[in-house]
Write a protein that binds this ligand. Sequence first.
Ligand code: DGY
Length: 316
Amino acid sequence: MPRVPVMADPMPPLFHELLGDGYEVLPWDLQPGSASLERAVGIITYSHPKVDGALLDRMPNLKVVSNHGVGVDHINVPDAEARKIPVGNTPGCLDAATADLTMALILATARNVVVGDRYARSPEFTHYDPSILIGHEVSGTTLGIIGLGRIGRQVARRALAFDMRVLYFNRTRNEDAEQDLNVTYVPFDDLLGQSDFIALNCPLTRETTGLISGPQFALMKKSAILVNMARGPVVDHAALYDALKSGQIAGAGIDVTDPEPLPRDHPLLSLGNLVITPHLGSASDRTRRRMMEMTIENLNAGVTGQPLSWQVRSPK
Ligand code: DGY
């Protein structure tokens, strides 16, 4: 049987193993005359390479774009739809892992986990001192979730187990979630003003780009901690730096940045009240394996002209 050619950016061995022998994986090669562009019937986007109409127009045999991950802001879905190329993603399977890391960043930032780790390894740690690294209590405080989708709801469940009061803001109010979860809808500015922790769990869209900037930081409590698990461009990084540096807010935990990664000399990286992780939201063994399986299921469907199990559709 001839193997089906697919173009992919570099993927780990497990992904190749799960793909099996039925596929020939071609390199992500955008040079003029690229055999990958000429031959590929499918695209796998593993680490967010950009896909737009200009690329699709160079791929005469393409039938499907299958994204490893739920966020597809790096793929121009309307461009793909205009060319009748379905785009698949992997919703649902990563909600728990991403919510877990949201809580991890809340706790790490509030309770000095990273600074404490460095200190505990250093020669300065000579005796137990109850007066150092006094953090902010998490239990019993107020969490504001921006974006009460699948991941946001999982964050709410975890926060409720920490006896937190949970506020949320979402494009559309979700009364079912309010009943199921005991979360309270508040206007955006009220959420910013009332929350001790603010978790960004929304997708990156035109509306959420630059959602948190100077005026929004000005509404937050001085003791507030912002956690960004969404996408870097949701937060204006210059304003975030100013807010952290000036004490406008107490801290931030960010899993995503703009650009990603930040230049090594970016001022944010010099701040002690910032905890940063390298886009690890869904990075647990079980979740990553399931993401690969779903990516392959979408790919299999697309290359054989079947409906995708998880197809992204642009809002009408
Ligand atoms: C997602 O699923 O969107 C994660 O950010 C990984 O791509």
